[in-house]
Write a protein that binds this ligand. Structure first.
Ligand SMILES: Nc1ncnc2c1ncn2[C@@H]1O[C@H](COP(=O)(O)OP(=O)(O)OP(=O)(O)O)[C@@H](O)[C@H]1O
Ligand SMILES: [Mg+2]
Length: 330
């Protein structure tokens, strides 16, 4: 059953236009001029309980705006949206008790308080049963390796340390639905892996529904089974990640290392994509030639040191999709 339903969602921001110079400033005081930015131009999708969806798109596409509406922070200009049967901005108090939200760009913890005191405050705000709270908190502290950070004020934490605390904070009341807006921004590799593991575990083992926004395509590849792609306020794609990948760039690649300089290979349906010294990257259409046949054909004619079949990098797939749809930043 759908847990999140969004239909024809629109959001127009109104921003004051600054007129240049002193006279402009004075005129501006008397008669403000406004410009409208259409951030969402009719967005629809539905997300089922237990799904983990990658919500991706270029800068300025409308991702954070959508997440803010879904989490009850913003009121849309039009359209409808329900989460677990509640309208987020109307039933805000009941709604926020059921969801967890992380905005990688800002903190929901108290800047001057030690981490542990912030966690305790959230326990009181969400009225979490104390025994249950202790159990969840200790589990999250273990998973995110927060032990040594708990007594430090939030403002003293490094970005990555703070992000780990933010994610734990969003989970303390055990929400069934998580909105993550760039949760791995600025994290080092181990911290990224820790976040991925935590999010994956929550989804797989606890059935938590996750909407994940990120520019890190490795996060998407590791976690998301489905992607919703937004560009300039409209949905451009909504399908399983595998289907999306195959639809954008169906070709596969063979990377071959030769004993000597990489040869020129002329096999129908095979194109060279990159070469460097003894190494060659070839693209092939799996519908025209099967990988084992291609490998056998190369091995028969040339001395090989290594050969492997790879998929095009997910970053390349996304970049090509944005290109095809003219989805780059407005
Ligand atoms: N508070 C605001 N006032 C005016 N315009 C805004 C406001 N917030 C966002 N916008 C504009 O709305 C559009 C969508 O912004 P949004 O933050 O939703 O994009 P995004 O997809 O999250 O991008 P990014 O990947 O850069 O985080 C942009 O053109 C942005 O400039
Ligand atoms: Mg954003």
């Amino acid at each position: 059953m759908a847990q999140v339903v969004v239909e024809g969602l629109r959001k127009t921001y109104r921003v004051a236009v600054r007129e240049p110079g002193a006279w402009g400033a004075i005129r501006g005081l008397a008669r403000r001029r406004w410009r409208e930015i259409e951030a969402l131009a009719g967005v629809s999708f539905a997300i089922g309980t237990g799904e983990l969806v990658g919500f991706i798109g270029p800068n300025g596409a409308g991702k954070s705006t959508t997440i803010k509406i879904l989490s009850g922070i913003l009121r849309p200009s039009g359209g409808a949206c329900e989460v677990d049967g509640l309208v987020p901005w109307r039933d805000r108090i009941r709604h926020v008790a059921r969801i967890g939200v992380v905005f990688g760009q800002r903190t929901q913890l108290w800047w001057d308080l030690p981490v542990i005191d912030g966690f305790d405050l959230l326990r009181d705000i969400y009225r979490v049963d104390p025994a249950r709270y202790r159990r969840t908190r200790d589990e999250l502290v273990g998973l995110m390796r927060l032990g040594p950070l708990l007594d430090q004020p939030v403002r003293q934490l490094s970005l990555g340390q703070r992000m780990r605390c933010e994610i734990a904070a969003a989970m303390l009341h055990e929400p069934r639905l998580l909105f993550l807006d760039e949760p791995t921004i600025g994290l080092d590799a181990p911290a990224k892996l820790a976040v991925r593991e935590l999010v994956g575990t929550l989804n797989r083992e606890r059935g938590v529904t996750v909407v994940l926004t990120t520019h890190d395509m490795q996060d998407i590849e590791a976690l998301a089974r489905r992607v919703i792609v937004i560009g300039k306020g409209v949905i451009l794609a909504d399908e399983p990640l595998d289907a999306f990948r195959a639809g954008v760039l169906a070709e596969r690649r063979v990377v071959a290392d030769f004993a000597g300089e990489a040869p020129r290979i002329a096999i129908p349906g095979v194109e060279e994509r990159a070469r460097e010294g003894r190494s060659l990257e070839l693209a092939f259409d799996p519908a025209r030639i099967a990988a084992p046949a291609l490998i056998a054909a190369i091995a028969a004619d040339y001395p090989l040191e290594d050969i492997r079949v790879v998929q095009p990098q997910i970053e390349e797939v996304i970049a090509r999709f944005y290109d095809l749809h003219g989805a780059g930043e407005a």
